[in-house]
Design a protein around this ligand. Structure first.
Ligand SMILES: [Zn+2]
Length: 409
């Protein structure tokens, strides 16, 4: 197999050109889905794809498909992609890197006159971030049948504007049926959005799958009473009990170990007054693990331990399931291709599990899929200061190219 040469300088220039649209004073990006700025970014991307000889189509939720034809039009496309929308105070690389690394692969194939057997598609998924229209990953979710088309088009932003109307307004309400796009394989390059690769000095993360997640809401109820006249032994302090529960939640991930994570992100105390013993505390819990058995074990530990703490302290506990996302193993043969490419190119690499949600996680439900991570500075993402190194960008792009070429033939 011939090794494709990647033009790292061109990739970096392209990243910087797209980062001008929606640039924030602090060096980040604000390009929310289906805004005028999103349209400008999409238009520029489409013009680049057309200049690279691709045929561009758009589906009913605004997902963009740029096709570089192959020798064999009957083969399903080998796909690359990610997203162009950002958080309100987002960075220049989250999502955008994966799209433009894909564009650089296509440009390099053109420069070196390389034909592939299968067609190659470069995809931009609509509203990955979920910042304007919630939940996240709506475009890829709709394409994979996770959400119905009508449901997605009817979602409104905080100003009451409908996703379907905004799509039409910016000119990206396409006609390709949303579940009709045939994909043979999908590769998504992305910044890690965490600190592991940088801290351990690796250039490439070989992503073997995505963590499963379980989200809960807990309400702990005791009895409100006066902070002075109520002796300690007669209290039913919901916050003191919740504090012990929070320690137990942290201990679950520490005990299970590996990639297990447990987080309490929101807490509300009632009545929230400095001389009243709190009668009620509400908090959220987020458990994650790439191993579904271990995640089930964490779920059992959570239920058992919080209930025991509540009982011991005379509190009542209501623990409800809020949301869950199964563990997603990626396609082993594609994961191997990524690892082999990193090896052959002499790049340092380690296997890693995605801790965040990505379009690839929905695509993996129907299509053989994997991801390629590159380090980001300080592990920082969803932040205007998000940054990557140009040489890492080029390395990830080279691995993406090799894996796509090996799959497309
Ligand atoms: Zn992203």
């Amino acid at each position: 197999m011939s090794e494709l040469r990647i033009d790292g300088d061109r990739l970096w220039r392209t990243l910087m050109d797209l980062a001008k649209i929606g640039a924030t004073p602090k060096g980040g990006l604000c390009r929310l889905a289906l805004t005028d700025l999103d349209r400008q970014g999409r238009d520029l991307f489409v013009s680049w794809c057309e200049a690279a000889g691709c045929t561009v189509t758009v589906d009913e939720v605004g997902n963009i498909f740029a096709r570089r034809p192959g020798r064999n039009p009957d083969r399903p496309a080998v796909c690359m992609g990610s997203h162009l929308d950002t958080q309100p105070t987002g960075g220049r690389f989250d999502g955008i890197y994966g799209v433009l690394a894909g564009l650089e692969v296509i440009r390099s194939l053109n420069d070196q006159g390389i034909e592939t057997d299968a067609p190659i598609d470069l995809i931009v998924w609509t509203n990955e971030e979920g910042a304007r229209f919630s939940p996240p990953m709506l475009g890829s979710g709709a394409a994979m049948g996770v959400f119905t088309l009508d449901h997605v088009l009817d979602i409104r932003d905080s100003d009451g504007l409908r996703l379907g109307d905004e799509l039409a307004r910016i000119g990206y309400k396409g006609t390709v049926p949303v579940t009709g796009h045939v994909m043979g394989a999908y590769f998504e390059a992305h910044i890690e959005q965490g600190p592991v690769l940088e801290a351990e000095g690796f250039e490439i993360g070989v992503v073997t799958g995505a963590q499963g997640q379980r989200w809960y809401e807990a309400t702990v109820t005791g009895r409100e009473s006066h902070a002075g006249p109520t002796p300690m032994r007669l209290r039913r302090d919901a916050l003191a009990g919740a504090a012990v529960m929070m320690e137990a939640v942290e201990a679950i991930a520490l005990e299970v170990g590996g990639d297990a994570c447990s987080t309490i992100g929101r807490v509300q105390v009632h009545p929230d007054s400095r001389n009243v013993i709190p009668g009620r505390v509400w908090f959220t819990t987020d458990l994650r693990n790439p191993d579904s058995d271990a995640l089930a074990r964490m779920d059992a530990m959570l239920r058992e331990r919080l209930a025991a703490i509540a009982e011991k302290r005379g509190l009542t506990l209501e623990l409800t399931d809020f949301w869950a996302f199964p563990t997603t193993p990626f396609a082993p043969e594609l994961v191997d291709r990524v690892r082999e490419s990193a090896q052959r190119r002499g790049l340092t690499h380690r296997d890693i599990v995605s801790g965040a949600g990505h379009d690839a996680v929905y695509v993996a439900r129907k299509v053989p899929t994997t991801m390629i991570f590159i380090p980001c500075e300080g592990g920082l993402s969803h932040n205007e200061a998000e940054n990557i190194r140009p040489d890492h960008a080029a390395s990830g792009c080279a691995v993406l190219a090799d894996a796509v070429l090996a799959t497309a033939g």
